[in-house]
Design a binder for this molecule. Structure first.
Ligand code: SAH
Length: 464
């Protein structure tokens, strides 16, 4: 981030615009929305600029910019459509201690003006650091359509009510009150009675919330999917947005944790493959402890919580402590990996069954139905298979699997850094050495990437 977004307090402060033409006028339209005192310095002013001065909305100094014009100014815009003249203004204004923007000259400006969605006092500023004005405009148009015009009004009335709302304890109870106001009761009141009904609605709503019993804590065991934030379910997003505490696995991508509320407590339960980990009992105790204290806990797990997620141990701990819970499914790594290579996990005439395997379990490398897996056409998604690759290869070949059975390792499925290693059972351990250390890898046994599959001899399974 080369530009840090802030909201500058400008009430009563000076903002100076150098220039009186169309470019200056465009800036003035924006600046006149603020409570700043605006001065225009221009040798020649358009009639529209002169009219603003006549109305007393700006002060107009009808001459060229001079040393001292920017003294005590918070901001100065050089908007004269004349590069040499703008550079001169910028030099003088900087000497006076003001921050300077030269319109349409990112490199020489000390600040830039974002695209703005205005629902005063709610303002959304959109910036692309000059990289993509088209994008900024598209985002602005999208937000303009999405944010109701009454939002500003609701926020203005809400702001006056903030002191009264402090009667509610800080945290979830107060948040729920405001969420009801902004998303339910407030808009309803405006629709039904207009502005006049809003204050009475707020008072009634506060009464209801004060009378309500304290909310009980709960735990949602939520699948975060394979990493791409767009593969989160809407439900997962909503819960992340509300959670007081988020306890997450190592596998959960940082881009997804970003979606948690800023005030939420984030706890990394970071379980490593064979390495040091927060003990399962410790994770269960943490969930129970926070929920018992009234918190809404999201237990965020990579992929789907019900696939190699130790879900049952956590549910048992919650049941034992009489804490309410729910499970929110997610996209499991097998689905993401299949999508990555353009393949189907099941296929008529190839495999009517799909197996999920783990390369290792609590006791070491896991035993499987090797005979069934060795049959032509068998397909399996092998989780945590990296370390057990040689063991898998040995067992499968011992039971008759052909060395040229396709195996595709997909690391970081669905993420920008995703990588596909197309190999065969015979070459699997050697080729996996090339996988990125530390990256999650899933093996799709019996599947090759779609393009490569076409070149292979067709392997079919006999169906009864
Ligand atoms: N509950 C998870 C699986 C947890 S076990 C799910 O449903 O996906 C952890 C294993 O999942 C990793 O060792 C790896 O084999 C696999 N995995 C998880 N995310 C992955 C990803 N983005 N790409 C490839 N493999 C992944």
């Amino acid at each position: 981030m080369d530009h840090f977004p802030i909201f500058l307090a400008v009430e009563g402060r000076r903002i100076v615009v150098a220039g009186g033409g169309e470019t200056a006028l465009a800036k003035l339209r924006l600046l006149l929305k603020t409570t700043a005192r605006i001065t225009v310095v221009a040798e020649a002013a358009e009639p529209a600029v002169a009219a603003l001065a006549a109305e007393g909305r700006i002060a107009l100094i009808p001459r060229a910019f001079a040393p001292g014009d920017a003294l005590c100014a918070a901001l100065v815009y050089a908007a004269q459509d004349d590069a040499a003249e703008d550079a001169r203004v910028a030099r003088l204004a900087r000497a006076d201690g003001a921050l300077v923007n030269i319109v349409d000259n990112l490199g020489d400006s000390q600040f830039i003006t974002p695209a703005i969605v205005d629902r005063d006092p709610v303002t959304v500023a959109i910036g692309t650091e000059g990289a993509a004005p088209v994008l900024a405009r598209a985002i602005k148009a999208d937000l303009e359509a999405r944010l109701p015009a009454s939002l500003g009004l609701l926020a203005r009335i809400g702001k006056r009510f903030r002191a009264a709302a402090e009667a509610l304890p800080m945290g979830r109870k107060r948040r729920e009150f405001w969420a009801d106001y902004y998303f339910k009761d407030g808009p309803q009141a405006i629709d039904a009675e207009g502005e006049a009904g809003v204050e009475a609605t707020l008072a009634a709503l506060l009464g209801r919330h004060l009378a309500a019993a304290p909310a009980a804590g709960r735990v949602d065991l939520v699948g975060a999917g394979p990493g791409d934030p767009e593969l989160l379910t809407l439900k997962a997003r909503r819960l992340l947005d509300r959670a007081d505490v988020v306890i997450h696995d190592r596998l959960v991508a940082p881009a997804i944790l970003e979606l948690a509320r800023r005030e939420a407590v984030l706890i990394d339960a970071g379980k490593q493959g064979f390495g040091p980990a927060m003990a399962q009992a410790e994770i269960c105790a943490l969930m129970v402890q926070h929920a018992a204290a009234g918190a809404h806990v999201v237990r965020l797990k990579g992929g789907d919580p019900s696939v190699y997620g130790r879900l049952d141990e956590e549910v048992a701990a919650l049941d034992a402590a009489s804490i309410g819970w729910s499970v929110v499914p997610g996209v499991t790594a097998a689905s993401a990996a299949a999508a990555q290579i353009g393949q189907s996990l099941t296929q008529r005439d190839r495999n009517s069954a799909l197996r999920f395997l783990t390369g290792h379990d609590m006791n070491g490398f896991a035993e499987q139905d090797w005979r069934g897996l060795a049959r032509p056409g068998a397909v399996a998604a092998i989780y945590m298979g990296r370390r057990g690759a040689r063991f898998l290869q040995g067992r499968l070949m011992m039971h008759g699997a052909l060395p040229d059975t396709p195996v595709t390792a997909v690391e970081n499925a669905s993420r920008p850094e995703a990588r596909v290693i197309a190999t065969t059972l015979g070459r699997l351990p050697a080729d996996l050495e090339g996988a990125t250390p530390g990256a999650p890898v899933i093996l799709l046994y019996g599947l090759a990437p779609r393009a490569a599959q076409a070149a292979l001899p067709l392997l079919t399974e006999e169906f009864a």
